[in-house]
Design a protein around this ligand. Structure first.
Ligand SMILES: NC(=O)c1ccc[n+]([C@@H]2O[C@H](COP(=O)([O-])OP(=O)(O)OC[C@H]3O[C@@H](n4cnc5c(N)ncnc54)[C@H](O)[C@@H]3O)[C@@H](O)[C@H]2O)c1
Length: 256
């Protein structure tokens, strides 16, 4: 998969920070940026998977990414991790707000604490990560922020209303910051995947009925893979996406 990704000279040596980079789409993003010669750091709660990804990328011969264990529900821990990255790699130039949890829940059963916990992972850290990178990006007069949303709220998926609310709000966050940040040359975009075949999706949700739903709903045959999302994120983070900001870029094989 990785071999078909384009090369972007403008990403070489860029300092890139990815949340939730140990598995799934995040791991593909970390790998794809590292293969572009970027200086990559990522945070995740999945300690073993994060360390394993660093080992795998080190074996490829490039500079291994910097991994810091961090629970994004803890904003002080996130701030500490971002400070540590800036101290070791320099100011963050590309922020990818990727981490999320699509745990299923119902309208009837969700309690206020559950709502707070889901939003505290699926939305809150995105805002505070933007706040943390903005001052250095402003001083530099450049920077890119990519926020991962989803098509779930476009296609009215049932089964996770708090997650869908957060994912819709992610695009509100992008648009709510784009004008202010744009004045200083900082771009901020939303990338919304369709149903992507990550380890977690395959293990938990992709049964025969899901395969049939994908076949019926996508315009294109075939399955979406993390590399399909990474291809879009690389383009937007590179100078090739220089006039792209405030918009939502959907990678869903035509589902929504
Ligand atoms: N996979 C899909 O089909 C799909 C579809 C639409 C949107 N998305 C979006 O793409 C992004 C990546 O999705 P994915 O499917 O790869 O997710 P995933 O669940 O497979 O991976 C998310 C990563 O975030 C980490 N994470 C979870 N909670 C954390 C916490 N509290 N602190 C730190 N890290 C934490 C996990 O350990 C994991 O490594 C998400 O924003 C998701 O909403 C995914």
């Amino acid at each position: 998969m990785a071999t078909r990704l384009a090369s972007y000279p403008s990403l070489r040596d860029k300092c890139v920070f990815v949340t939730g980079g140990a598995t799934g789409i995040g791991a593909e993003l970390v790998s794809a940026f590292a293969r572009q010669g970027a200086r990559v750091a990522f945070v995740d709660v999945a300690q073993a998977a994060g360390e394993e990804l660093v080992r795998r990328l080190a074996c490829e011969g490039g500079a291994p990414p910097l991994f810091l264990g961090c629970d994004l529900g803890d904003l002080a821990a996130l701030a500490g991790a971002m400070d540590a990255v800036a101290a070791q790699l320099g100011a963050i130039e590309v922020l990818v707000n990727n981490a999320a949890n699509d745990q299923r829940h119902t309208l009837a059963q969700l309690q206020p604490d559950d709502w707070d916990r889901l939003l505290a992972l699926n939305l809150r850290p995105m805002f505070f990560a933007c706040q943390a990178v903005a001052p250095a990006m402003r001083r530099h007069g450049a920077g890119v922020i990519v926020n991962l949303s989803s098509i779930c709220w476009h296609i009215k998926s049932a089964g996770y209303p708090a997650y869908a609310s957060a994912k819709a709000a992610v695009h509100g966050l992008t648009r709510g910051l784009a004008r202010e940040l744009g004045a200083d040359g900082i771009r901020i975009v939303t990338v919304s995947p369709g149903w992507v075949m990550t380890e977690r999706q395959l293990a938990l949700w992709v049964d025969a009925a899901a395969v049939e739903e994908i076949r019926r709903s996508q315009c294109l045959r075939g399955r979406l893979n993390p590399a399909d999302v990474a291809a879009m994120v690389l383009f937007l983070a590179a100078d090739d996406g220089a006039m792209c900001t405030a918009q939502e870029y959907i990678v869903d094989a035509g589902w929504s």
